[in-house]
Design a protein around this ligand. Structure first.
Ligand SMILES: [Zn+2]
Ligand SMILES: [Zn+2]
Length: 317
């Protein structure tokens, strides 16, 4: 097989694009896919600084590397959930990545702020860890983005993630979720602009990218994650993809093309918001969901950001 660009021997085949590439042009192809995603959805311009939520895994670190290499201005945000045997490693890989490249990394740590992990908060709330984790992550992303004036918050969701979410939403006819499933969510009062520039890339492509670029990432999935359903959806989609390359692309990209007609957005449509009586973040109720979640676990929500790293403290001053 020959590289589509230079006709040298190819090392990577992308069956759904009916193309193969040498190492150099594989990297270039993936970066081009990311640029295409950013431009198509008008996610953010090069002149604006964005915040990327990084977990130490392949997707978020590959995305950080790509965006910086392409010339975007991107700082990282790492949230330490205090998960035994997992958070230490993922935090260290993220720090190593940022330090080696001289990049700014914000850190917010549950264990440093409270001496507890996400499991403690989940048990006290009688909810699955992934659900309390989602509330916490969204809150931290919005707060850090607002405090530091970032134009948008990016996450490393890839094609496999987004196709699996879409499959779940369709199988259960979650029309409200379908309406919100987009690689771009515009900023709203109290909520930062959210973007997913990796939605055109498959999982195995970001993994290969990390190997080629010498990025050391944590291979284990989060041990708290019990979401077996999403794993099953990914397996089903992988079977479809191997039988008929391009299935995932057709499924997700076709949906994204049709969604604006299926779900027309009304910019004035939204609940009335007021400041959370505890933290000031905009919410529909007296106290925001995050403050209530923390209170149920006997924790002061306002103390979370006192654990900022020296790097972040310097920026506040
Ligand atoms: Zn080539
Ligand atoms: Zn609050």
């Amino acid at each position: 097989m020959r590289c589509k660009k230079c006709k040298q021997t190819a090392c990577f085949q992308i069956r759904r694009h009916n193309a193969a590439f040498c190492e150099e042009h594989f990297v270039e192809h993936l970066q081009n896919q990311v640029v295409r995603a950013i431009k198509k959805f008008k996610m953010f311009p090069r002149s604006e600084k964005i915040l990327l939520a990084v977990s130490g895994g392949k997707d978020s670190l590959a995305l950080w590397d790509m965006l910086v290499d392409i010339g975007y201005s991107v700082d990282g945000l790492y949230i330490d959930l205090g998960i035994p045997d997992y958070s230490d490693v993922s935090g260290q890989k993220t720090r190593n990545f940022a330090e080696a490249r001289g990049l700014v990394l914000h850190e917010v740590s549950l264990s440093r702020a409270y001496g507890v992990d996400i499991g403690h908060i989940a048990r006290k709330n009688k909810k699955p860890p992934c659900s309390v984790c989602g509330v916490l992550k969204r809150y931290v992303m919005n707060t850090v983005a607002e405090r530091h004036g970032y134009f948008a918050v990016a996450t490393g969701h890839n094609l496999d993630d987004e196709a699996a979410v879409l499959m779940g939403n369709v199988l259960n006819w979650q029309t409200e979720y379908l309406q919100r499933q987009s690689p771009l969510l515009e900023a709203k009062p109290g909520m930062a602009r959210k973007v997913k520039p990796l939605f055109r890339l498959a999982e195995r492509e970001t993994a290969a990218y990390c190997v080629l670029r010498g990025i050391d990432y944590i291979m284990h999935e989060c041990p708290m994650s019990e979401d077996a359903t999403s794993f099953t959806y990914k397996e089903v989609l992988n079977r479809l993809e191997s039988e008929s390359p391009g299935s995932k692309d057709h499924f997700l990209l076709g949906f994204l093309r049709t969604a604006p007609q299926l779900f027309p957005q009304d910019p004035d449509d939204g609940p009335d918001l007021q400041a959370c009586t505890r933290c000031g973040q905009l919410t529909t109720t007296g106290e925001c969901g995050f403050c209530r979640q923390m209170a149920r676990a006997g924790l002061d929500s306002l103390a979370l950001f006192h654990s900022d790293t020296p790097q972040e403290r310097d920026q506040h001053n």
